[in-house]
Design a protein around this ligand. Sequence first.
Ligand code: UDP
Length: 330
Amino acid sequence: MAERKKILITGAAGFLGSHLCDRFIKDDYHVIAMDNLITGRLKNIEHLFKLENFEFYHHDVSTFINVPGKLDYILHFASPASPIDYLKIPIQTLKVGSLGIHNCLGLAKAKDATLMIASTSEVYGDPEVHPQTEDYWGHVNPIGPRGVYDEAKRFQEAMTMAYHTYHKVDTRIIRIFNTYGPRMRLNDGRVLPAFIGQALRGEDLTVFGDGSQTRSFCYVDDLVEGIVRLLHSGYHQPVNIGNPDEISIGDFAEEIIELTGTDQKVIYKDLPVNDPKQRQPDISRAIEILDWKPSIDRAEGLKRTYAYFKSLTEEELNEKDHYNFDKYIK
Ligand code: UDP
């Protein structure tokens, strides 16, 4: 039997990281999951602990990392990912995108491993080009509240390209647009868990601003398929992965009201500073290079996601915060 490929996934206990663990276990890899559990949660990967080809390292990737033996792939997905998270822990957000990627790239170089970074549509900032193509440089406020996330991710791309160019590390850059699905944290502040959580708790749905800002939501399984294809593609330039089906946040709230059958109404709150007005991926590159496009539409994806949130316990539904700040932030 051929030896299993070995993959390190950082941020493995988070929403995307945990789905990636599932996928690479399914594809018969040896998975090393790494997470410091600030915003991730063990519950997302606990079902894998019994497997002999799964290991968990409780570790902060912003500090030196070592993995014994060979390593074939590294996926650097560790980062707080929602605006309220990275506003609460701005310095850790900057560190995981900068020191964290430096450690991962050093490890990739030492092990001759292929490395993929989770970049983001946030590199486009509040975009002046619509839909966003990979060659658009973006419109980001470095010192605005989102700057800690956006600039960390931009630095991460620059560092990854530099290691590719100067050290010939085999790298991939995926720019992920809004993604949703089971295992999102109900209280992470993202619009979808916020709306569904409010509907389930019998609260009004909070639309920020007038609700005319747009987003384009991709179901997590489609994203994971795009990641796998990109990883195996040998392509080093950035690739957008997202679902181009764009919707205004106001209309999205109406869809959630219909989905959940709630009697609650929409209430309006202030728009966060530098909240992008529009966002839609141009996925021509993914179609051409990866032969990838999303296959799960919003109606189906929302149905599956709602089923997950409905299965949560009362306690989970009402959880306000689960941060392990005292334990993990120095
Ligand atoms: N939003 C909202 N109500 C909420 C949470 C978010 O109207 O309770 C809006 C937010 O202002 C933004 C959009 O929904 O325009 C998507 O927000 P999210 O935090 O999910 O992700 P972003 O794309 O802004 O990173």
